[in-house]
Design a protein around this ligand. Structure first.
Ligand code: ADP
Length: 224
């Protein structure tokens, strides 16, 4: 096992231990104090429930990341980009009907060679982050452009942005610019590393530009 694997297991174990410790602590409290009033029991049960959801989400994200990293080959197909992105938009709007998502695609003939299920996962992750880290309702622009050699999909928000010192790390596993905020919003810090892994599996690359307080642009570049 190499150093980066050891680091990963150390951090993953730490992240898993924290909700387990909280659940255990509150369950013990319920056991040891049978005379707690109804309001406190309600409050403690809610904390146990919230942390079990956090744990479940963390395990799901880890399994998904392992699946994507270990899958030997992609199930590639030639997909017209505009209907594909419109489909991703519909999925996100079903969950966040208040969001404004505008797609700009001057060349409707652009196609990408992609594992569409995986690429959909990546795009949805970026769109959900754009909404999560923006003041409601969330205004997002998706700009698609292509050349003979590559296709770019840029997802731009007008949200909180990312401070320059965090930008080089945000694709790292479990990294959050603001851990408390990310946790409050239900994040585990694994979304962007999953997106990057998917894009790199396609032979592509990821870039981010951000200004704190003004918004961010995440760009996926795929080879043609
Ligand atoms: P999380 O589950 O914390 O959202 P991600 O891996 O998706 O994890 O993102 C890592 C971190 O990058 C986030 O915690 C947040 O600090 C920052 N981030 C990601 N997307 C955005 C965005 N669109 N605007 C501002 N910050 C973002």
């Amino acid at each position: 096992m190499n150093d980066s694997n050891l680091d990963f297991f150390a951090v993953a174990s730490h992240e898993l231990r924290s909700p387990i410790a909280i659940i255990r602590g509150f369950a013990e409290l319920l056991q040891d104090q049978p005379s707690l009033n109804q309001e406190m029991v309600q409050d403690i049960s809610e904390k146990i429930f919230r942390n079990s959801l956090r744990l479940e989400k963390l395990v799901k994200s880890l399994l998904l990341l392992a699946d994507v990293e270990n899958s030997a080959s992609l199930s590639l197909q030639q997909a017209p980009i505009l209907p594909f992105i419109e489909h991703c938009k519909e999925i996100v709007l079903a969950k966040h009907p208040e969001a404004h998502i505008v797609i700009e695609c001057p060349d409707r003939k652009i196609t990408v060679e992609a594992d569409v299920d995986l690429l959909e996962l990546a795009i949805i992750n970026l769109l959900e982050n754009a909404i999560k880290y923006s003041p409601p309702p969330g205004k997002i622009n998706i700009c698609i452009s292509g050349s003979d050699a590559k296709t770019s999909i840029a997802i731009q928000d007008q949200g909180i942005g990312i401070a320059p010192e965090h930008v080089p790390h945000i694709f790292d596993r479990f990294y959050s610019a603001d851990k408390a905020l990310s946790r409050k919003l239900g994040g585990a810090g694994l979304g962007l590393s999953l997106v990057k892994t998917i894009v790199e599996k396609h032979g592509g690359s990821m870039a981010v530009q951000s200004k704190q307080g003004q918004g961010s642009v995440f760009t996926i570049v795929l080879p043609n």
